[in-house]
Design a protein around this ligand. Sequence first.
Ligand code: C2E
Ligand code: MG
Ligand code: MG
Ligand code: MG
Length: 292
Amino acid sequence: NQGSNKYQLYTSAFRIMNSNISGDLSLEADLHQALEREELELYYQPKISVQTGKIHSAEALLRWNHPQLGIIAPNKIIPLAEATGLMDKIDKWVLRKVCHQIKIWHRAKFDFLKVAVNLSGHQFKQSDLFHQLTTLLFELNINPNFLELELTEQVLVESIKSNIQRLNSIKNLGVQISLDDFGTGYSSLGYLHQFPFDILKIDRCFISNINSNTKNATITQFMIEMAHKLNLKVVAEGVETQGELDFLIEHKCDEVQGYLFSYPLTVRDFEKLLNSNRIFIKSSDCNSDLSI
Ligand code: C2E
Ligand code: MG
Ligand code: MG
Ligand code: MG
């Protein structure tokens, strides 16, 4: 009711007061069948390399094609899945699906493409995650460098020491690790360097008012510089305007992702975009600061 692109979190007490629960209960029942009915789908949103101006990788984003309600976003699916004990099944399905998609794209002519998958906290804690990954990589014979795992700070802060170890063993497989939504969680500067990240993703909340909010501009600039000093690549999330892009190019952000370039797309539409060989950022844009 508050418009699109919004979600609302409720405490359980508020949910009951709101008597919203009956709706959710039927959704919970539906989700049980969603996997078997193949109603879950992964959309892919491109990440553009600032250097080449072309698609360099993609992020897989979960959608549920509900037969009555239409497309349901992950912010609704994931809490439901957690509440109904379906998270494990869905997490496994997502990881397998992404690995299969990498295989398919690499067999086709898109062998440059890296694909990122979001790991839930639940998934990261599973003792068989490492086994799942090694099995999938081996079974499908995919180069681990083309699989990226996106994790948020929330997932990692609980037991830092063992999480560093877990992440190290995954990283040793050759899988890429990125820190998602950076800047929105706990201030992690103290232990950031202890985790074996390859990529830092700056959250959209810093990007979306970068041209008007000088504080956010300063923070973003600082985050990019800091990441580079720690040998991390930087991706900016939620880039929507040319002004935002200009700022990010000027401050040497490595990759950009957002509605300015593309919404998350179905496999079919993503392949169309790949086939178009589109150049999203012209090199004249990238060199514009050299004249200063
Ligand atoms: P995220 O990983 O930070 O993903 C970025 C979110 O921002 C996505 O929302 C994407 O559609 C949206 N977005 C991208 N560009 C723009 C933009 O320019 N403007 C705006 N306003 N939004 C943009 P989405 O797909 O609704 O996903 C939300 C979150 O749900 C994700 O945040 C991620 O944490 C989680 N998620 C998505 N798919 C999965 C999944 O397969 N497994 C798990 N565990 N979590 C997932
Ligand atoms: Mg993500
Ligand atoms: Mg994010
Ligand atoms: Mg997020």
